[in-house]
Design a protein. Structure first.
Lengths: 125, 125
DNA sequence: CTAAAACCTCACATTGATGTCAGAGGCAAG
DNA sequence: CTTGCCTCTGACATCAATGTGAGGTTTTAG
């Protein structure tokens, strides 16, 4: 498929797909005229890249981890495994932080609702 | 306390504290010479602002929610409550997404480790 | 008193992923 | 062949929080 279809299937912009390639996260075969062509598998790859971006990984970091996805080998596994563990921990901490913040929002909402209830009662009484 | 102490206690930069004030998230009393002074309570407030930033809320959104923290009243509670619920849901979805990504990383690590084990066995055998 | 350290305002720089535009070429349908 | 849509490269714009530096005042410590 060409870049437009890949982008829409993966739910990203065409611009982003080109950017991923520029960052070395994605490769494409080129038609004689220079247009990029992709296989079905690339859709999942692009989606995964998006997930990693959403998780706060930088292009540089993603570039270090993706070879590990493609083919596990000694060279990758050694340094990449450490990096992966490190990112996993960072992600875990971030998740815990977000959960705490969500709890804080919940508490805030409870307070606000309680105030509303009380106000309603006061007006009715 | 002055801005430097507030910043270091809350774990943010002085620059950021000034920025928060500029965005209407924080107020300060000024000494005759114009220096900002804060109460102990502001430390927690700044830390909370940071949490909200980390949760992906914009200055604008935070500005809409903070009055609700200061004092629950009808005006705030009505629109702010809705906004809060909305942000809470967005946050929940984001957390779920991150957890999925973490799981994917875990799976990747398992694969890499398994490869290593197998490699070690192969070399030993 | 003096020097260092902290503060002030203003303004410009940075970062990183993405948007957008321009000008040119490719490809399928009528 | 032409019309319309897709793609190409390259460059500049954007956004938002934060960094950074200049030039000047205030506070604090010796």
């Amino acid at each position: 498929m060409r870049i437009g279809e890949l982008a829409s299937r993966a739910g990203v912009s065409v611009r982003s797909v080109r950017y991923y390639e520029e960052q070395g996260l994605l490769t494409s075969t080129r038609s004689p005229s220079g247009q990029r062509h992709y296989t079905d598998g690339e859709v999942e790859r692009v989606a995964f890249i998006q997930r990693l971006y959403a998780a706060g990984l930088s292009s540089r970091t993603i570039a270090e981890l993706l070879p590990c996805v493609d083919a596990p080998s000694e060279e990758h596994s050694d340094s990449a495994l450490e990096r992966m563990a490190q990112e996993r921990d960072r992600l875990s901490a971030h998740i815990a932080d977000l959960v705490r913040t969500r709890d804080a929002l919940d508490a805030l909402m409870v307070t606000a609702r309680a105030y509303r209830e009380q106000l309603g009662t006061a007006l009715a009484g």
